[in-house]
Design a protein around this ligand. Sequence first.
Ligand SMILES: [Ca+2]
Ligand SMILES: [Zn+2]
Length: 393
Amino acid sequence: MQKQNRFNLLPLLVALILVCTSCINPQHDHGHADHHHPVGRPVCGRGDPNLQPYLSQITGSITQLPLAEPLAHPHAYDIIGHTNASYQWYGGEPYFHHGLDSRTTANAQVRTPIAGTVVNIENYVPNELYWEVGIIDENGFLWQYHHIDVNSIPAQIQENWNQGKTTEVEAGDVIGSVIAWPINVSFDPEFFHHTHLNILGRDESGEVVFLNPLLFLEPIEDPIAPKIVDIGFHQNRAEITNTSGAPYSIFVEVEDVITERTADHNNGDEYIVPPHKISYRLNGAEEVVVWEFNTLPGGCDFEQDATDFYLESQSCGDYDCRRFVVDLGYGQDGSAYPLSGEHVLAVSIADFAGNTDERTYSLTIDGENNIFIDLNIPLTYSNSQFLPVVSNQ
Ligand SMILES: [Ca+2]
Ligand SMILES: [Zn+2]
């Protein structure tokens, strides 16, 4: 059995390298012509980027962040419903939520916290709930405010827009009000009146990307630490307890809460969101960041890599269900996958406010490819050096 295991090693590594070639540099791989997007499920905001002339006016860069002075939230809020990282699936293609959902009252006034130019008013899904007001701010970032009541957009802005003209707005100007949302999530009887705020800017290489709105806004009080809920091995995106010598990876189920619906935590009514950052260390080696949601894995394509980052079969994100199961091997070259033997894996997650959870696991793959995972073993990085280190070949 030991001998057979050794023979399995080479094809396993080759397979891992082949499987993972497509995950390298995911953010530079968007905008292919063959990527099909149904109506209302756009790339880079919506539609073909070439048909969105205002995208070329975006000059704000992630290198300017965080801003020296954080900006006020566009309206008072009581709940953060989703972050840019949230897994979403309502039929069709799963996607990253890509913006910040802030719940408020119906008809609440929305104010731009920064001066800018109104460059878009658009009914991006043929339904009165889905109007956008788009503003390029004085730093060159594009703010897309969704779920604005079209009838509430100030007359001068509307009139200019109808004449093909933009409108300059000052910090604090009202740009419209929140439309009454007729739907609530299953665990909360209150209707989910909210804005969905996307902010787009350029990454270090100059590509237009969705940026995390939390990088711009006044900090949200969040005393609740994220949680690592579960860990396991998966093969073809399904959990396994024996690797069969075939390519496999590790998943973690993670969750965070930013704002609670009630003071009674843990009664199943939390607005669960993913953590902001997920990373790990294998056998005491350097920290590997799986992703930090300052940007999206797909840059300005919020569908791209959603089902590579999340395990679709085990994750959910809709009005009834929230569960975030992440492939720890996402975007890596295969070295994340321990081979036979004993290993120590430390997983770390953090929310945007800096609260963390970290757990250390002992992983063993025996001579017959059976997997054993021990939770929360009391090891530290300093004594983990006595365990074997996986070769990168
Ligand atoms: Ca939190
Ligand atoms: Zn939203």
